[in-house]
Write a protein that binds this ligand. Structure first.
Ligand code: UD1
Ligand code: MG
Length: 496
């Protein structure tokens, strides 16, 4: 089923012919096509080498005889992506010159900057200072791939690997501190206007934050707060809460959450990459809302162009991997890919300055994570694999079950509540009527409890479709309910 050489060749020619300086979106599309072609050609060539060094696994949902297939092939996508990101630099940055005399006067600098910036047809390129953010993102992804690779090679324990992405995200947070350092969030209007005591609550929070900031400043000498001139002036500014150091804690939490949440929404062919591609599409639709609507402030436009720069090539290398990982899988993607993909989204959310919107786009992953909490944190047993159970006689997938030896009153109450709301399937001992097993707490199993049994590929497509529908609704919510709730719209006001 491999693509003919003629098609590949014409795609290469097409990609190269549309690369153009000063036309970032077109160039990104070209890089995405090239990324796809490189990955799709490398994977079959490298499968055997991966298996030779032990990177292989058994598909747990196929009829015997099951042969092992290459594991961790997501490395090919991620490394190809990293190289593409280096190659992109000349096409998206321009050298921003400040003359020596200009350095003594702030307003001259900014005039000089504005002149240079706007002279580049509609500000489609970034000045050099943004390059540090870009490179820190690439560095962060590189460390993520490295840590993911360690995990695939040495099978790091869950409680250790859970926090690894936070280490990888350090370059990102540090460059954020140096280059941007905005740590304020907008307080929804109803908190201060409608909620009784809303103002008091805000003041209390401010005091706690001040204390935290003070402590960190004492230890490190660094200060954490947003400067007033980080914002664009406007008559109708919303109320802000400056989270200071806690904003960094929040960003680091996102970089832990995002990769792990993708890694635990897994276990059926195609789903790890499939959900990442859908996420990429959702992010891109949101980016284009800003890139295509007229009158968007420069800052918002730039943030979303930055996001698109990371997402478009990501989709290219991921589609190639999906082709091999979709049912019936010829390769597994490995934890490397899950971490890498989760980190791409964390990065664009953080550096694109929409880390709150990021969370509503990750809603299915968040639901899956919250639903998994009792198992992950040991309230009820968590088997090594929670993927659905393959039934040999009809070839369909059924929910898999976790077995219970003993049951604490808290866990029992929890299981019964979940059962009442049809959020879990329980099996009971026929004689004693005691609960002996429960369907594993992933939304994959839950989908099967509701709509199953299903064929593995149908299950994957169903989950991806639901994810896309949720994502698109969230974009609508973001641009309708969001502005109403927060009392402003960042299409007209925002951070510089
Ligand atoms: C996570 C999940 C685990 C799930 C596993 C599957 C949690 C806490 N952990 O663990 O429940 O079973 O992902 O990826 O939720 N495999 C298949 N078919 C697939 C994909 C994977 O059979 O479509 C099997 C293969 O044997 C493969 C192995 O899963 O080798 C990969 O597991 P790994 O990614 O290492 O598991 P974790 O990420 O630790
Ligand atoms: Mg995994």
């Amino acid at each position: 089923m491999s693509m003919s050489r003629v098609i590949k060749g014409s795609l290469v020619v097409l990609a190269i012919s549309i690369i153009a300086p000063n036309k970032p979106l077109q160039t990104l599309l070209a890089f995405s096509i090239l990324g796809y072609l490189i990955t799709v050609s490398l994977i079959p060539k490298l499968m055997a080498s991966f298996m030779k060094i032990g990177l292989k696994g058994k598909d747990l949902s196929k009829p015997p005889p099951v042969t092992e297939i290459a594991e961790s092939m997501g490395i090919v996508s991620s490394v190809t992506y990293l190289f593409l990101m280096f190659g992109l630099i000349p096409f998206i940055f321009f050298k921003y010159l400040v003359t020596f005399t200009a350095l003594s006067n702030d307003s001259v600098i900014s005039d000089n900057y504005t002149d240079q910036y706007s002279s580049l047809s509609n500000n489609k390129l970034f000045p050099h200072n943004k390059l540090s953010e870009y490179l820190s993102a690439v560095l962060c992804l590189q460390s993520t791939v490295l840590l993911g690779l360690f995990d695939d090679l040495f099978d790091i324990r869950w409680r250790h690997k859970f926090f690894l992405p936070a280490v990888a995200s350090l370059p990102l947070l540090i460059v954020y501190y140096v280059d941007f350092s905005v740590t304020s969030i907008v307080v929804p209007k109803f908190v201060t206007d409608l909620l009784p005591g809303g103002d008091l609550l805000l003041e209390l929070l401010n005091q706690v934050i001040r204390l935290g900031n003070h402590l960190v400043t004492k230890i490190t000498g660094l200060s954490f707060s947003t400067l007033p001139n980080d914002y664009e002036y406007s008559h109708d500014q919303p109320k802000l809460l400056d989270l200071g150091i806690f904003y960094y804690v929040y960003m680091s939490a996102i970089s832990i959450f995002s990769p792990n949440s993708i890694n635990i929404l897994a276990g059926i062919n195609g789903l790890e990459v499939g959900q990442s591609i859908i996420l990429g599409i959702i992010f891109l639709i949101n980016d284009f809302c800003y890139l295509l609507s007229p009158g968007v402030p420069q800052a918002a436009h730039d943030s979303h162009l930055f996001s698109a720069i990371f997402i478009i090539p990501f989709i290219g290398v991921s589609i190639a991997l999906f082709q091999f990982n979709f049912f019936p899988a010829r390769v597994f993607v490995g934890d490397t890919y899950c971490y890498f993909s989760g980190m791409v989204f964390a990065i664009v959310g953080i550096l694109g300055h929409f880390s709150k919107t990021l969370l509503i786009f990750l809603l299915p992953q968040i639901i899956n994570f919250v639903y998994s909490v009792p198992q992950i944190f040991g309230l009820v047993p968590c088997p090594r694999h929670r993927l659905p159970k393959f039934n040999l006689s009809d070839g369909l997938m059924y929910p898999s079950f976790g077995q219970l030896k003993k049951l604490t009153p808290v866990s029992k109450a929890m299981l019964l509540v979940l059962e009442k709301f049809k959020l879990i399937k329980l099996t009971r001992d026929e004689k004693t009527n005691q609960i002996v097993a429960f369907s594993n707490m992933t939304i994959i199993n839950l989908t099967l409890v509701w709509f199953g049994p299903l064929r593995e590929d149908h299950l994957c497509v169903l989950i991806m479709t639901l994810q896309l529908l949720i994502g698109v609704s969230m974009i609508v919510v973001r641009h309708t309910v969001g502005p109403w709730l927060f009392g402003f719209d960042n299409l007209t006001w925002g951070v510089k």
